[in-house]
Design a protein around this ligand. Structure first.
Ligand SMILES: Cc1ncc(COP(=O)(O)O)c(C=O)c1O
Length: 405
């Protein structure tokens, strides 16, 4: 490359320097396309990291949110919030679960899930409840959720970590059985149905079915973090539905509000009465604006058949990447192309963070996670043609990168 490499180190002087940022700023978007402040156009295969379910400036979402802002943004949870009931009822209908609690982000939803697990344990007389968590998991960056996370880089510098977690490898049921037989304090199993930050690693269907059985036998809660893989991304409303099982506790966030901050914990019969008045709360959680965003997102997804679209366009994108990178797959430099629907990981044989900047230069927004996995989590409105364009932009970048040795 002759041009200087775009660096992920462009801080903003008055903003705390917690992110590696590219030297570019986005100005506006439409569908799967965004423009920067210099007028350059990008194809968005990142979707705000699996957030912008309906793309940018969706013509049905924008007027609904404008109308809501003009009516009520926030009240408080001192009062009934009818839109909370409406969104909760919809999430229950889609998941088969019983009730929802609303918060503002993924980590908050997970933090609430962990509180439910501990309280569930205490209610059963277990003084020091423990939760089974996973290698390579990511659940957020609060002290409890980073402790549950299986990535030392996220934890380093924030010790002491919260206690009460037992860690196992993914897709190894014997490891869970072993913990079950030796640890009477376990009250819950907590995992992402498909690990996102950890590199797009799916829990196998038989594994999820096995966990469901063990949780039923032992009286444990099965808690499935669907913050990244939920809300239609894999072609079902929730990724665990592919395995034909139901969790007891399901944290959601990201795509639920199509960009408006929102989180939810959806619970089934075993967990529905664990928390009572005074046990949990949040000032902003469940505010009318976020609730309207959730209600409209789910309504528009149904109206536009976005689950089927995610599944079909995901196939197109995966297929185009597999054929474009066939030689690199054959010689092992592309180790795997995996995922479900529009949650796709392309694992290379080496760290490839530099591709984020190179892709942006080429007019494509992507992310790289777990050092060597290119992650594509675009909006669920992406068309097959746009998916082909993503592949047409990405394939030469990957081939050139790998050819550099
Ligand atoms: C599976 C999963 N859980 C939790 C989180 C944390 O969500 P948030 O960044 O909204 O706190 C993330 C974020 O990437 C996630 O992917």
């Amino acid at each position: 490359m002759n041009a200087p490499e775009p660096m992920l180190n462009q801080p903003m002087p008055h903003v705390m320097n917690t992110y590696g940022r590219l030297p570019m700023a986005l100005s506006h978007g439409r569908g799967c396309w965004v423009w920067d402040t210099d007028g350059k156009r990008y194809l968005d295969a990142l979707g705000g990291i699996a957030v912008n379910t309906l793309g940018h400036a969706h013509p049905k979402l924008v007027p609904a949110l404008q109308e809501q802002i003009a009516k009520l943004i926030h009240t408080s949870n001192y009062y009934q919030v009818p839109l909370q009931e409406q969104l909760a009822a919809k999430l229950c209908a889609l998941s088969g679960l019983n009730a929802a609690f609303f918060c503002n982000s993924g980590l908050e939803a997970n933090e609430g899930a962990l509180k439910i697990a501990r309280k569930y344990g205490h209610d059963k007389g277990i003084e020091r409840p423990e939760v089974i968590v996973y290698e390579r998991a990511f659940h957020g960056r609060s002290i409890a959720t980073l402790s549950a996370t299986g990535n030392p880089k996220v934890q380093k510098g924030f010790e002491p970590l919260v206690e009460g977690f037992v860690r196992v490898p993914l897709n190894d049921l014997a490891a869970v059985e072993k913990v079950a037989s030796s640890n009477p304090n376990v009250v819950a199993v907590f995992l992402e149905t498909i690990q996102g930050e950890g590199g797009i690693n799916a829990a196998r269907w038989e594994y999820l079915q096995g966990l469901r059985r063990i949780c039923d036998e032992r009286g444990w809660l099965l808690m499935l973090d669907e913050v990244q893989c939920g809300i239609g991304r894999t072609g079902k409303w929730f990724a665990h539905q592919w395995a034909g099982i139901q969790p007891d506790v399901m944290p959601l966030a990201k795509g639920l509000g199509s960009g408006v901050p929102i989180g939810a914990i959806v619970v089934g019969p075993k967990a529905v009465n664990v928390l009572g008045p005074g046990n949990h709360g949040t000032t902003f959680g469940g505010n009318p604006l976020a609730m309207r965003a959730g209600v409209e997102t789910l309504r528009i997804m149904e109206e536009e058949g976005l689950l089927a679209n995610a599944a079909a366009v995901g196939e197109v994108l995966t297929g185009a990447l597999r054929s474009g990178l066939a030689a690199e797959i054959a010689d092992g430099r592309v180790k795997d192309i995996r995922g479900a629907g529009l949650m796709i990981g392309v694992e290379l044989d080496r760290p490839c963070g530099v591709l984020l900047g190179r892709a942006a230069e080429a007019g494509l927004l992507i992310s790289v996670t777990a050092d060597s996995v290119i992650r594509l989590v675009p909006s669920l409105i992406m068309t097959a043609e746009e998916a082909q364009q993503v592949a047409a932009l990405l394939v030469p970048l990957v081939r050139d990168f790998l050819a550099q040795g």
